[in-house]
Design a protein around this ligand. Structure first.
Ligand code: MG
Length: 369
């Protein structure tokens, strides 16, 4: 079997009204997605997405003519290409989609087949006043979610704590709340300093009192000692991070030093599917949790879902959802059918061979740049 072509479609969906993502100083007036298609001489086509693939044309020939099933080789080749710029993990996603189709199995089966569905949490995007956040949380529970992640802005901590308190009061102790402080990395051009350790210690202590399930990215990635301090001081709350770590050695260092309770490497942004699986297995063998970040588009959600369900990630899986700003229709505009959880609050792994991606070709044509 041979790879005959790798085709990229660059899509741009207009967002009107814009999305005001808590971690992005600029309102998002459009949502970009790059679709990767790996074509083969046997008629099987694999699909991936989740990152820009900017600069991929310069390294595309490393893969043409190769056997798509030689996945360990391709992962190493992607790593060598990433070193020089770009993050080409959506290509690995498309290759796994080919492999699953050739095997006649869902990719999650090849990754360990631990679960057929994973409990999902509604992962919010926007900063909302307490009453509005409660309204969205109630809507989430009505839709089946049993957990929600709330953002707290470093410059408006009191407002964020008030929103978490209001949700806890309104939804009671059985609704899990995660909090993302988004302090580990920055959008390009966002030069503001992260909150310092003293301030962050106060925030995490307060969130522990509110019985928050995990606190995500409370500090910059470099502050390994700070992460360990937070964990030692707050035995009741889990510390989560790792969505955007760019290399395996960084995450291995975290694992060796037992820095986190929850490892969150996103398979389309951080270290790819195969490496994420290996690191997740190590985390689990060390009695720590893995559940990936999945804040991209529906194809990125599926790629992360297959890895999580395969290796046994959890207990909650990230499902980007914060209506009206962020809906499955916006997030999955390139899919024939937006992904949604079941009434039991779980996101089911598609049973079809491969990743189970079905593109809406009309939407792809309409939004292609
Ligand atoms: Mg996050």
């Amino acid at each position: 079997m041979k790879i005959t072509d790798i085709v990229l479609d660059r899509l741009r969906l207009d967002l009107d009204p814009p999305l005001r993502a808590a971690w992005d100083p600029r309102p998002r007036r459009h949502f970009d997605a790059t679709i990767v298609r790996v074509r083969t001489d046997e008629g099987v086509t694999g699909i991936g997405s989740g990152d820009t693939m900017a600069g991929f044309d310069a390294v595309k020939d490393l893969f043409l003519g190769e056997d798509p099933l030689d996945i360990a080789r391709h992962v190493k080749a992607i790593e060598t290409a990433n070193f020089h710029g770009g993050r080409f993990w959506p290509l690995e996603v498309a290759l796994w989609d080919v492999i699953g189709q050739v095997a006649g199995l869902p990719v999650s089966t090849l990754f360990g087949n631990t679960a057929k569905a994973v409990p999902a949490y509604a992962s919010s995007a926007e900063l909302k006043p307490p009453a509005e956040r409660v309204e969205t949380a109630l809507r989430a529970r009505e839709a089946g979610f049993r957990a929600m992640k709330i953002r707290i802005d470093r410059d408006h901590v009191a407002d964020g704590i008030a929103a978490v308190t209001a949700v806890r009061d309104a939804l009671g102790p059985d609704f899990a709340i995660m909090v993302d402080l988004n302090q580990s990395w920055r959008m390009a051009g966002d030069t503001a300093a992260a909150s310092d350790l003293a301030k962050t210690r106060g925030i995490v202590r307060r969130l522990a009192e509110l019985d928050v399930f995990w606190v995500e990215e409370p500090l910059p990635y470099e502050d390994v000692e700070g992460f360990r301090t937070l964990r030692a001081e707050n035995p009741g709350v889990r510390i989560a991070a790792g969505e955007m770590h760019h290399s395996v050695p960084e995450l291995l260092r975290y694992l060796e030093n037992d820095v986190l309770d929850v490892y969150q490497m996103d398979v389309v942004l951080a270290v790819g599917m195969l490496r994420a699986r290996t690191l997740a297995e190590v985390a689990q063998l060390k009695h720590r949790a893995f559940t990936p970040h999945s804040w991209t588009n529906g194809i990125g959600v599926l790629a992360n879902l297959h890895v999580a369900a395969g290796v046994g990630g959890g207990p909650f899986f990230e499902f980007p959802w914060d209506p009206p700003g962020w809906t499955p229709q916006r997030r999955d505009f390139m899919l024939a059918e937006p992904l949604m959880i079941g009434s039991d609050g779980t996101l089911a792994v598609p049973a079809r061979p491969g990743l189970g991606i079905e593109l809406d070709e009309e939407a792809v044509a309409r939004w292609r740049i």
